[in-house]
Design a protein around this ligand. Structure first.
Ligand SMILES: Nc1ncnc2c1ncn2[C@@H]1O[C@H](COP(=O)(O)OP(=O)(O)OP(=O)(O)O)[C@@H](O)[C@H]1O
Length: 251
């Protein structure tokens, strides 16, 4: 299909004790936001790791713009535009917010990586993330979890990535910070960013996504538009909380 940025074709992968992914097929088009949902242990984070290169697939292919990237290192994939924001905190806590942001750009090769270019890009991004401007000199570790997540998202944007992989960005955050994360994802989506998102807050995740993909036991079982999955009674019963009502922990 034209415009497909990322394709996973029959991908198998695991951590040495047998496969966790048992033939994952998934495609993400340019400019599309796709949300992976499913029970704990279904393999959602593992899918993101096979895309960013933290894990090599045992079988199948991962294609970026039609070219296999399976053999590339995480760094090489980053340079091709795949930015992974992991679930766990990933800022350097003793470094300032600003230096953390600049770190996001230093991998840029050649002239794109010139210090002035990196600073200019950081200035542009700081305008979009008020927390970066407000706390730029503070140690990143002194920020709340939600604020750190915003800085992580800002840092990932330093490379102007072709594809953002966001692993449960709302997990563990209090409601206001969770809301802010979904607002950020929505504004990235509105700006045309291509995103593969993993979310436990399935309702909120699907609401900011063009499409959802439901994973179970290492396979994608069902895909559909975010709107259609939200309206599907089986999906509502299994993944969105009984009766389709908004669960307390959701935005
Ligand atoms: N580093 C690892 N080493 C060994 N096994 C792992 C590792 N990471 C994940 N697993 C196992 O792989 C399986 C899938 O985990 P994964 O984190 O991809 O699931 P998930 O769908 O993202 O679920 P969750 O919402 O719980 O994170 C689980 O059985 C998990 O225990």
């Amino acid at each position: 299909m034209a415009g497909q940025l990322l394709v996973l074709d029959n991908v198998t992968a695991g951590y040495g004790l047998g496969d966790v992914l048992h033939g994952v097929d998934l495609a993400v088009s340019e400019g599309e936001v796709v949300c992976l949902i499913g029970p704990n242990g279904a393999g959602k984070s593992t899918v993101l790791r096979t895309v960013s290169g933290l894990l090599r697939p045992g079988g199948g292919r991962v294609l970026l713009r039609g070219e296999p990237v399976d053999a590339l290192s995480p760094r090489e994939r980053l340079l091709r535009g795949i930015a992974h924001v992991p679930q766990e905190r990933s800022l350097f806590p003793a470094m300032s917010v600003w230096d953390n942001l600049l770190m996001g750009g230093h991998i840029l090769p050649g002239s794109r990586g010139g210090r002035a270019d990196v600073r200019r890009r950081a200035d542009v991004i700081a305008e979009r993330f008020p927390i970066v401007a407000a706390r730029r000199g503070d140690a990143a570790g002194s920020l709340s979890g939600g604020e750190q997540k915003q800085v992580e998202l800002a840092r990932a944007l330093m490379l102007d990535p072709a594809l953002m992989l966001l692993d449960e960005p709302s997990i563990g955050l209090e409601p206001r910070a969770r809301h802010a994360v979904f607002e950020t994802v929505r504004s990235l989506a509105d700006g045309g960013r291509t995103i593969l998102l993993v979310e436990q807050n399935a309702r909120s995740g699907l609401a900011v996504s063009d499409r959802g993909a439901i994973m179970e036991s290492g396979r994608v079982r069902l895909t559909g538009s975010g709107v259609s999955l939200l309206a599907d009674p089986r999906v509502a019963r299994l993944y969105l909380g009984a009766g389709g009502g908004t669960r307390k922990e959701e935005v």
